[in-house]
Design a protein around this ligand. Structure first.
Ligand SMILES: O=C(CO)C[C@@H](Cc1ccccc1)C(=O)O
Ligand SMILES: [Zn+2]
Length: 263
């Protein structure tokens, strides 16, 4: 698993944030953000006071491209591919939706058991090797991982649990308050408007999502970002919007990190 840890030496017990990008292959602005984030973090450590204190007090695990095989497929074959590229003998279609393959209400609402569906939940929980590896890593490090951020596009949403059920999360009020604060600081840069809320009612009900799974594991600050835009370009966001999208999203990530550190 191509995971990068930004922060001090190995074995540190500092509180950590786990951030992944590119779980869905066609959402190209997502890996762009993670790669931009890594460069920004390592290049402004020591000069930007916020970033310096953030990295002095927390570790950040970044997985720039969760679904590598799917991402490559969108570059070479099918720009609109979403799923993994796993093959199962006997199955007529390829891949499963990694964001339906986590052990969180698996394969119930908003997921399909049809291997040819774009929301196919997979043959079993964590059947996709990419999902199994991320879940194993977070389980192994759950004592230090205080926040889980998973980056998608598009729609300009800041989602949090639950998506697999309509019940509010135990920490709903705090998660909403932090999301709204993050969205407000994001908007302060270029005026980009985000909507915050639980996945089930803010976008649609969907079981097997990574954020719900992390939350139920005990990672309290678990958020799904849906980056720009709201549909004009969709997954084909123009290159000119990569930089501003990354800059505004950084503000939201820093806001959440600061809250995590205080709590
Ligand atoms: O890909 C999406 C577009 O990025 C929306 C996400 C919405 C979602 C977010 C969290 C948990 C379950 C679903 C999805 O369908 O998996
Ligand atoms: Zn997505």
């Amino acid at each position: 698993m191509h995971l990068l840890k930004i922060g001090r030496r190995t074995g540190s017990t500092k509180p950590a944030i786990f951030m992944d990008c590119g779980i869905h292959a066609r959402e190209w602005i997502s890996p762009a953000f993670c790669q931009w984030f890594i460069n920004k973090a390592v290049s402004t450590y020591g000069t930007d006071s916020q970033m310096t204190s953030l990295l002095d007090t927390m570790d950040i695990f970044v997985l720039p491209v969760f679904n590598i095989d799917g991402y490559e497929h969108t570059w070479k074959i099918d720009r609109m591919w979403r799923k993994t590229r796993s093959r199962r003998n006997g199955s007529p279609c390829v891949g499963a939706d990694p964001n339906r393959n986590f052990d969180a209400g698996w394969c119930t609402l908003g997921a399909s058991s049809n291997p040819c569906s774009d929301t196919y939940c997979g043959a079993s929980v964590e059947s996709e090797i990419e999902v199994r590896n991320v879940a194993d890593f977070i389980r192994k490090n759950k004592s230090v991982i205080k926040a889980y951020l998973t980056i998608h596009s598009y729609s300009q949403l800041l989602l949090f649990p639950y998506s697999y059920k309509y019940d509010l999360a135990a920490d709903h009020n705090e998660l909403l308050q932090v999301a709204e604060g993050a969205a407000e600081t994001l908007r302060s840069l270029y005026g980009t408007r985000y909507t915050s809320g639980p996945g089930a009612t803010t976008i649609y009900p969907a079981a097997g999502g990574s954020d719900d799974w992390a939350y139920d594991l005990g990672v309290k600050y678990s958020y799904t970002f849906e980056l720009r835009d709201t549909g004009r370009y969709g997954f084909l966001l123009p290159e000119s919007q990569i930089q501003p999208t990354c800059e505004e999203t950084m503000l939201a990530v820093k806001y959440i990190a600061a809250h995590v550190l205080k709590n």
